[in-house]
Structure formats: C-alpha cells, structure tokens
Design a protein around this ligand. Structure first.
Ligand SMILES: C[S@@+](CC[C@H](N)C(=O)[O-])C[C@H]1O[C@@H](n2cnc3c(N)ncnc32)[C@H](O)[C@@H]1O
Length: 740
C-alpha cells in the first residue's frame, strides 16, 4: 500500500532503486538455494545504475568529451580531493545543464477528494479502508506553518489552513475504532497543533480523554476533559446541545475529582514495541566495540586490513552484532509506504510539511530528518539523474548534518595524526564521524578515469546542493563569499564539502549494506516468502567484517537497525566473516572470485575457495568429513565403502569410532523434522531453537560442506528474517530472467 498516489507513476521512469531491485530479484531467481546473504545488490562500483534512465550519463559524457588529453593528464596528477573537485568545477562543460529545484507540492484538491471518500467509507464502518484514504488526504493536505495570526494577515485561505488538521482528526476517528490508540493520540496532538478549528476542538479533546482513560493515564485524561470543557464555549451548537455536552464532560471530571490518588499508570504502550525486537548481544556489549558481542574483537594485518575474530568459541544462534546506521537511504519505490528516517512501515503516515513525496512514521521521525529539509526541493532532480543508491547514501552522509558540523571537523580532518587518534584500544563509537571517515576507500588503487567519473558526480551533487539552503548556515557566510547565484563558481567551503562527498563515494562503494524486509504471502506461513531490499545503509562496525564465501552470520533488520546471529560454530581465534553476496553453495569459485575482485578489489582465499567446495546441487556426499574425537581434526570417510568404523586421524594419530557419530546424525534428523513441524504450525520461536540445536548437533559431528547443514542454516535464517522487518503481501514481481 502506498500513501503517495503519484509515487508509482513517478517511479516508472525515475527511480533511484527500482532498477536495482530488478537486478536483485533476477539474481535471486538464479540463486534459489541461498538468497539471504546479499550485501549490496546493485553494482557498487557504478555511480549510475546501469539499468536506469537518467541524465547523469549524458552530463558525464559531455564533460569527459570537453577535456583534452593534456587537461586529462593534468587532472590525473592532482593529489587531493578538493583539487579534483575544483578542477572539474572550473570546466565550462560542467555547467551546461541547468539545475532547477522542484517541489512535488501539496494538493488541496486531492486531499479534499480523499477526505470525502474516506468519510463515506467511515460512515459505512469500513474503518480500515477509510484509514487508507484519510492517510492519503493527510499526505496531500497543505500544512499550515507559522502563527495563526500571521497566516491570517497573509490572507491564507482559512479552508486551506484547517484542511490538514481536519484530515488528521478524521483519521484519528478511524484509528480510534480500529483500537490503534497510540496512533490516534498522535494524530489528535498533531491536529491540535495545526490550526484545528476552535469550534470543533472540544470533540478532539473528548476523544483524547476517552483514549487516555483506556490507557489508564488518568491525570492526562482529566486535563484533556478540562480542555474539552474549555473549548465547548466555542462550539457552534444549540444551547441545549451545549448543555448536554458540558454535562457529559463534567460527569467525567467529577469522577476524577472524586477519586483519591489520581495517577498516570505505567504506560503499557512503549513505542519501541512497534519495532521488531532487537536481541541482547551474546554475553553483553563489547566494551571497546559497543555494537559487537563480547565474544568478538577486531584485528588488523597487512594483507586483510581490519577483520573480526572470535575471542572465544561462538555457537550457532549467538547474537553477534546490533547496530544503528550512521546514515541510511530508502529505495525510491518504498517512499510511499516506509518511514524515511527509521524505515518502518507506516500505519498512519506523517508527511513532510512541504512536499508530498515522502512519509514519516511519526512527528518525531520527521523532526529528526534534517536531511529531508535539505533534499526536499532537489529530490526529484536527484532521482531523475539516475544516480545509484550508493551515491545517494554518500550524499545523505552530508545532508544529514548541518554545514557547521563539517566546518568544526575541518582542522581535525586535515590533521595527519587523525589515524592515530582513532586507533586501537580506544572506544569505537559507531556514531563518531571519524570512524566512518576511516573506513576503507582503496584510493591509492584508483585509476584517473575512476577519479574523473566520480568527481563529475560530486560536481553534479554540489551544484544541486548549492540550490538548497545547505550553505546558508551562519558560519559559512561570515568567512566565505556565498556563490549561491554564481552557479559556475565554487568557494572554499563548497570545495571542502565536495571533497568530503568524493571521499564518501569511495567509502560507500566498499562498506554499504542493503537493508531488507521479509515478505510473506500470508500471516502464518513462510511458503513463498522472500527477503526484499528496501534501502541501503552504512554501519561503521559491521563494515569492519571481512568476507568469506562460507558465511557465518544471518543478517536481518529492525527498521534500519541491523542484527546478526551466528549460523555455525566458530572456534576461538578464528575469523568471524560476513558474506558479501557470494556464497559457495550457489556460485562456483571463479564466479565468486571474479565478482569479489570486481566489486571489492580483493582476491578471496577462504576455505571454500581454497578447497573448491561444491555447489549445493552438486554435493554428493560420497566422502564426508567427520571430526576426530580427540583433536577435532577432519576424518575423510567414504560412506559407501566403509565397513570398519575406525578411522585414524592424520593430525593426532588417534583412532575414532564413527558409529557414535552416525547415531548422532540420526538424532539430528529427528531434530530437523521437529523444527520443520514447528515451522508448519508457525511456532517460529520453537522452530528457531530446534534449528539452533540441530546446527550444534551437526557441528559436533561433521565438517561442512554438506547438504543437511546448509538446509538447517537456511531454515534458521528464514525464522530470523521473520523476526525482523516483516510485511504480509505480494512480493515484488520477479522480472524475466536475464539472458545468459
Ligand atoms: C567492508 S571492508 C572490510 C573491512 C576492511 N578489511 C577494513 O580494514 O576496514 C571491505 C574490504 O576489506 C577487504 N577484504 C574483505 N574481505 C577480505 C578477504 N577475505 N581477504 C582479503 N581482504 C578482504 C577488501 O579490501 C575489501 O575491499
């Protein structure tokens, strides 16, 4: 369900993420076996989504063509990001496109129509349907900002001024009947803050009073009834009716006055329950890396950079990471249904005050979204450029903080000792800008063409940013001339922001993650369920995990917060890897290694690559690797030819009788069957714990790869995904498979 009636139309030709999603689904079609590991689905090297229309392609071509070989040589010798930005900015060709701002503004007409349609359904007690229409009305209604008297003076149309509040109030009535009390109160408060007609206010306060009584918030309820009584003086009703209404309210007030110790009981309604539960980290928070479990720490070496390792044995099911993103961006096609700030599905959306292009789940999320105040007038321009979601993410890192924030950082960033100040032993705070800044960029390996392409994108983004109020922050104007109207000039502050953008375009290339939501066809079945991408985000601690084609964690989300849990045993001292979308069971070694080299610029040498593990469909299990009872070393056993159950370990020389292990394997079968039953009856918590037990049983006996372990992991991951962001509905359709 989208509350933005024109979002879908608009996405057909100018989506940020639509085409990316197509490529995800396409990949999934091919990877029927493992589909929950994907890191960033869109090509992380590309600045523009290759499948998307958009003018950036042409913009880049024009600039590149305008540069002579000599000029390009000059560019390739530049050393700093700011120099590169200035170079491209000073090219006349960079100013050949005219950047226009454009608000997808409010529509009084549309709001009125939706409200009227909602009223009809509400009158027929179709509250759910009415709620949807009222929500659309709320999104399209002009939001009066500023003081009432000022708006009157400016001759604002009084009807226009109250429309937003009336739509909210109507929606609150539908929410009341749907017993969605939390959202109902939120709507009432928002309506009262936005010029709800004073002659009707008594009704809203009375509704609020009833709700608060329901929620056992008696002190607040008394205040709401007092307000109702006060505003009844303005009600346009016959005298008798007024007396009636007053009597009703006074009855409640008397009841409150009469009761001793009137209190607000503990509010059962905690808004955090709206989010999927975030588990406690296994053994609690790591003191140095608060997003990690105590069982993990971060190491560093010359060949692999930083990576996570196990400080002690990790078992399947252990919660290893929970982290809020430093920045996140919702896919364009989710704009009509999810909150821009926290990515939650919105039940009663709150719109931007100026445009009707985006939604928030609450006033709090709207207030927390400084980035949208900046991006609002250029959102369609950015979308129309066809830039990838990665570029959007780099841009968001800038737009989510005011310019003053970056100016304060400037000296520190230029300080050569930056690395030292953020190194070892110190707290690794994922909200710290410097931690983000220090993520991998591989700048030293970039080609001049790569720098040129990236810098053109930066110049486009900078030109767009200059069209907003971003650079109008006080500090900038004092120290630097504002070139707001001079579109082809860049001052020091703008060049500095451009340099940061160039840096973060590189950071997101290697460190961004997709954010997903699990879509089930019905509320109580996982059959046909799919994990779908809804956005992208950057998690400064999770970004420190290196890749292995034999992934060790399932990743799922609560809003835009990431959670990971172990899906296999990892011994103390071993690397705790992530999987960057290249799993051994679904892609062969050369496919994986090529993709990793292409996207992440490293050659994978994980165990699956070194031993060239088979694909899932090719696992035959003639030879299985049992564990030596003494040293845990691998014992290769050819099941078909085995007569004597004793096997000598190559590592320690001891003999192991595998009969016990074979018996245990039979038990694991029972556990798996029991878990499947629980999944069928939809007791996913029970299923989850049986699957954890099953993984532990298998871990005790055999080394991977083998089918049973993989199937257990898959089932477990589905249970975890269901515990995270979840929607019931039709998954996005898979496009036709790619021609090979
Ligand atoms: C998301 S970062 C991982 C953290 C990174 N190692 C660091 O020092 O910050 C991705 C980069 O890490 C390196 N990397 C990841 N997995 C690797 C692996 N298995 N072997 C070698 N390098 C790896 C690559 O340079 C890759 O571009």
């Amino acid at each position: 369900m989208s509350y933005l009636s024109h979002t879908r139309r608009c996405t057909a030709d100018s989506r940020v993420g639509g085409a990316s999603n197509q490529s995800v689904s396409r990949r999934r079609q091919k990877e029927k076996v493992v589909c929950f590991f994907a890191r960033l689905p869109w090509s992380t090297r590309m600045l523009q989504d290759s499948e998307m229309p958009g003018f950036f392609k042409d913009y880049f071509r024009v600039i590149r063509k305008s540069v002579s070989n000599d000029e390009f040589n000059q560019f390739s010798k530049l050393k700093t990001d700011a120099e590169r930005v200035r170079f491209i900015f000073n090219l006349p060709a960079a100013h050949e496109i005219d950047i226009q701002t454009f608000y997808k503004g409010k529509s009084e007409k549309e709001a009125m129509e939706k409200k009227e349609a909602g009223n009809k359904l509400f009158g027929r007690k179709k509250n759910m349907e009415a709620l949807k229409l009222y929500s659309q009305a709320v999104v399209h209604a002009p939001v009066p900002t500023g003081k009432y008297w000022r708006l009157i003076k400016e001759c604002a149309d009084p009807k226009k001024m109250t429309l937003y509040a009336i739509c909210l109030a109507n929606r609150s009535a539908a929410l009341f009947h749907l017993k969605e009390f939390y959202y109902c109160i939120k709507d009432i408060d928002e309506a009262l803050e936005h010029h709800y007609p004073r002659e009707l206010k008594h009704k809203l306060y009375k509704r609020k009073g009833r709700l608060l009584v329901n929620m056992r918030q008696y002190v607040d309820a008394r205040e709401a009834y007092r307000q109702a009584l006060k505003w009844l003086d303005w009600a346009k009703v016959e005298r008798e009716k007024r007396i009636d209404l007053q009597g009703d309210v006074q009855k409640w007030l008397k009841m409150f006055e009469g009761s001793k110790n009137l209190v607000n009981h503990e509010n059962e309604f905690d808004p955090s329950v709206l989010f999927p539960k975030v588990p406690e980290l296994c053994q609690g928070k790591n003191e140095q890396y608060p997003s990690l479990s105590k069982k993990i720490t971060i190491n560093e070496d010359n060949s692999q950079g930083r990576y996570a390792i196990a400080k002690e044995d990790i078992e399947p099911g252990d919660a290893l990471v929970t982290e809020k993103p430093y920045a996140s961006v919702l896919l364009r096609e989710e704009f009509g249904s999810h909150c821009q700030n926290c990515f939650m599905l919105t039940k009663a959306p709150v719109p931007c005050k100026k445009c009707s292009s985006v939604l928030f789940c609450s006033v709090e999320c709207r207030n927390a979204s400084y980035f949208h105040q900046i991006e609002c007038p250029i959102l369609d321009l950015l979308v129309g450029s066809g830039m990838s979601i990665n570029c959007f993410l780099a841009f968001r890192i800038i737009t989510q903080s005011p310019i003053s924030f970056f100016l304060e950082m400037q000296d520190k960033l230029e300080n050569e000792k930056l690395k030292e100040t953020t190194e070892a032993k110190e707290l690794y705070d994922p909200t710290d800008f410097f931690r983000l800044f220090n993520l991998v960029t591989h700048s030293e390996q970039r080609t001049p063409e790569d720098w040129f392409h990236r810098t053109c994108m930066v110049v486009f983004l900078l030109k767009a940013l200059k069209k907003t109020k971003y650079f109008e922050d006080k500090g900038t104007q004092i120290n630097y001339p504002l070139f707001k109207d001079k579109v082809d000039k860049v001052n020091d502050v703008e060049a500095y922001i451009g340099a940061l953008l160039l840096h973060f375009l590189q950071v997101v290339q290697f460190n961004a993650h997709e954010v997903s939501e699990f879509v089930t066809l019905t509320p109580k079945s996982l059959t046909g369920a799919k994990n779908e991408t809804i956005g992208a985000a950057i998690y400064p601690t999770l970004a420190l995990f290196n890749h292995s084609c034999h992934g060790a964690q399932v990743r799922y989300f609560s809003g835009n917060r990431v959670i990971t849990k172990a899906i296999r045993h990892i011994a103390k001292g071993e690397i705790v890897p992530e999987n960057y979308g290249q799993h051994y069971a679904s892609k062969n070694k050369s496919q994986r290694r090529n993709a990793l080299l292409d996207r992440y610029w490293f050659e994978c040498s994980c165990e699956a690559c070194q031993k060239d593990w088979p694909l899932f469909k090719e696992m035959e299990h003639k030879v299985m690797y049992f564990k030596c009872h003494k040293c845990q070393g691998p014992l290769p056993v050819n099941i078909a030819q085995t007569v004597i159950p004793f096997f000598k370990c190559d590592r320690c020389g001891d003999q192991t009788n595998i009969l016990g292990a074979l018996k245990n394997l039979q038990n694991t079968e029972q556990t798996f069957k029991a878990a499947c039953k629980e999944m069928e009856t939809f007791d996913l918590e029970k299923a989850e714990s049986l699957l954890v037990e099953n993984m532990k049983q298998l871990d005790a006996v055999l080394y991977p790869p083998y089918k049973d372990y993989h199937l257990t992991q898959e089932a477990y991951m589905r249970c975890c995904l269901h515990a995270g962001n979840h929607r019931v509905g039709d998954p996005k359709p898979d496009p036709k498979p790619e021609e090979s």
